[in-house]
Write a protein that binds this ligand. Structure first.
Ligand code: ATP
Length: 244
């Protein structure tokens, strides 16, 4: 579904991503883990057209998208749930969802209503809050709204940037259960997370990004069992020290 070849990208003179090669297969959850500043958001920004790579290729369903304007990419079926959710605070929950359906195909009132119903089944709390200003939702509810809004256009690939940030463990669990449901519905998910344990726990494959380079990749279960990953991202060293 997604192939990235020899990608380099950054901001002006700052080169952030170097020599990135990766692929995401249809129907899988693929996670990218890495420390603060490793370049995870930059990678999603390059795929979603928000920054222009300085070299390399990004193929979405065999179509080169690295030089495409950002507004055209969601219509191809590739959408992003950004870090910090970025919902429209002064609009109602339902208005936010309806905006997410702007590139739904086929269009029309009925199609939007069907999609609204589907999001309300996935996130019952959004139906309870549908007339409430989105800015008054809790952090977890805002994350659900950002996900529901992205799903309104029935994307084939959904990219999520740190959905668990700032949320209580039970809410994180609920969010991750929905991500698994997305895969069951046939969607493909590219999940950027600092919560490496939770992300590798549901993913099929994973990539470890360090200072702009992929240093490890493979089946998520292999990464979970890898001692370097455990030490750097799963807090194993801390646990070993505590145990003496
Ligand atoms: P985090 O987990 O903290 O969100 P990240 O892995 O997503 O980190 P990025 O946000 O991609 O990392 O940042 C990678 C590098 O690019 C950092 O050094 C950051 O300071 C720099 N950077 C990010 N956005 C910009 C920008 N708009 N302009 C200039 N530099 C930027």
């Amino acid at each position: 579904m997604l192939k990235i070849r020899n990608l380099e990208a950054g901001y002006g003179k700052l080169k952030v991503l170097k020599d990135i090669w990766m692929h995401v297969k249809k129907g899988q959850i693929v996670t990218i883990i890495g420390a603060n500043g490793a370049g995870k958001t930059t990678l999603l920004s390059a795929i979603s057209g928000m920054i222009r790579p300085t070299s390399g290729e990004i193929l979405f369903e065999d179509r080169e998208i690295s030089s495409m304007v950002a507004q055209k990419i969601p219509a191809l079926g590739c959408v992003m749930v950004p870090e910090g959710r970025q919902i429209f605070a002064a609009l109602s929950v339902e208005e936010n969802l309806i905006l997410g359906g702007h590139c739904l195909k086929p269009k029309g009132k009925k199609a939007i209503e069907n999609q609204l119903r589907h999001q309300y089944e996935l996130f019952p709390i959004l139906e309870e809050r549908k007339n409430q200003y989105a800015g008054t939702l809790s952090g977890g509810e805002q994350q659900m709204l950002a996900m529901g809004r992205a799903l309104m256009s029935k994307p084939s690939l959904i990219m999520m940037d740190e959905p668990s940030t700032g949320l209580a463990p039970l809410i994180v669990q609920a969010i991750f259960e929905v991500i698994v449901k997305m895969r069951e519905e046939g969607r493909t998910v590219l999940l950027v997370e600092q919560n490496a344990k939770a992300a590798l726990g549901i993913a099929d494959r994973g990539y470890v990004l360090e200072t702009g380079k992929i240093i490890l990749q493979g089946p998520a279960s292999d990464l979970l069992a890898n001692r370097d990953v455990q030490r750097a991202y799963l807090g194993r060293e801390k646990i070993e020290k505590q145990q003496g």
